[in-house]
Structure formats: C-alpha cells, structure tokens
Design a protein around this ligand. Sequence first.
Ligand code: ZN
Length: 256
Amino acid sequence: MRKMILTIGLSLLLGSAALGRPREGSILDGIRPGPDGKIDVVTIFPHQDDETIFVGGTLLIAKQDPRVRTHIVCFTLGDLSSARDYLHITGEELAKIRIEELQSAATVLRVDELIQLDHPDQGLPKLPPEALAEEVREIIERTGAEVVITYGPDGMTGHSDHRALSAAVFAAFPQSQAQRLYYVSLSRFWSGVFPNEAKLRPQPATVKVDIAPVKKLKGLALSTHASQKFYSGWLLNLGMMNRFDHEWFARAAEKQ
Ligand SMILES: [Zn+2]
C-alpha cells in the first residue's frame, strides 16, 4: 500500500513538472516560406560567440530543411572582452581575431550569410534606442527574415549590450516582415543557476530543440572562438554549453 501511495505521489510530481516544461520540437513549426519559397532564420546578437553558444545547434538542425537559409548578425566588434587584457593586445587586434573566429564558426555552422557590424563593444546601451531599433529593422528587412532570434530582456548574462539589443529587436519586430521572434532561454534548472549579473532570469522556454545529432559540429564551432574559450571569463560557460543535448527558446512575439 505504502509503495502504491509513493508511486501515485511520484507520478503526480512528475506530471506537474511536465506541465511547465517546454515541448521538444522545431523553431520552424507553422512558419510559412517567404515569397521566394525560402525560410530565412536570422540571429541578432552583439558579440562573436553569443550565437554559437545558444543557437549553434539549432542553426545546423534548421539547415536540414532545404528551404532554410541562415544568417548571423553580429552588432559589435567584441573589442572589450577580458581576453584583451589576458593576451595583452589592443581592442583593435582582438576585434580582428574575434571576427575571424566568427567567420570560422559560421563556416562550421553552414551559415549562408554573416553580417558583421562595427559598433564598439558595450556601445549599444549608449545609442538612442529608436536609432538602434531602426538599424535592427533595416537588417531584418535586408535578410528577408521569417524567424528572428535574440536575447530576452534578461540578456542571459545580464550584459548591457545583450539587453539593449534585445529591446531594440523587440521594438523592431512588429515593423518588420518577420513572422516570429524567439528569445534564447535555458532549461528550468539552468535558468536558476546560470550566472546573470543583473539577477534576471530568462523567459521560460516554450520549445527545446534536440541538437544531439549535431553536437560535435556545435562543439567544433564553439572551439573556433578560441580567444573566448581560453582567455575570457566565459571559459566555464563555453564548455558548459557544449554538454547540453538541447537548445531552448521562448516564443516572444508572433505575427499572423
Ligand atoms: Zn555577448
């Protein structure tokens, strides 16, 4: 009898946990191809490695659909990473290194287009929000995006560039032709323990993508960001993100 009660209790517990869990699926569910018959997936992040850490596997999985084109947009030069001090190099030198690292990662991730902009690192919060949103809108139009992916208002780590760009993408989305906006997220457990300097938590995931079949390629793409892997405070997280079999996304906005 006691065993039965325990079993019922356990299944109730598991059932309630399952309610709050994201379903496993595709970020492309319900997305219609554009007039050219293609589905353009665009990541918009401030630094070289943001996209690889949180969306690398999903970009590879998305490309298994022959209609999909992927685009990476990197807004800043990444010149203020702590790798600059560790390596005793200038911001200009670090920017050159990181841009080449991202180009290598994009090759590994089979990305169709890489758009590298030249805003200074940590410069996005200093821009007028409307000007940044307008720049984002123009880029979304230029890529022909159906799906846009960026950080949520938490910025995942709380970084000020992450949060400023998230707000700009959210503001630009309704004026663009894109159909759906996702924020990168994490599992419930990792949402609670992932280091965030602003003490904010990611928006709960609504879908998790199984990236196990492409995990080795994602690992290779992560290792192309060698300056960050070996010479920045992100060492722990670059390694950590390569252990997961999923990437998580919260559906942030949708247009019919
Ligand atoms: Zn970043």
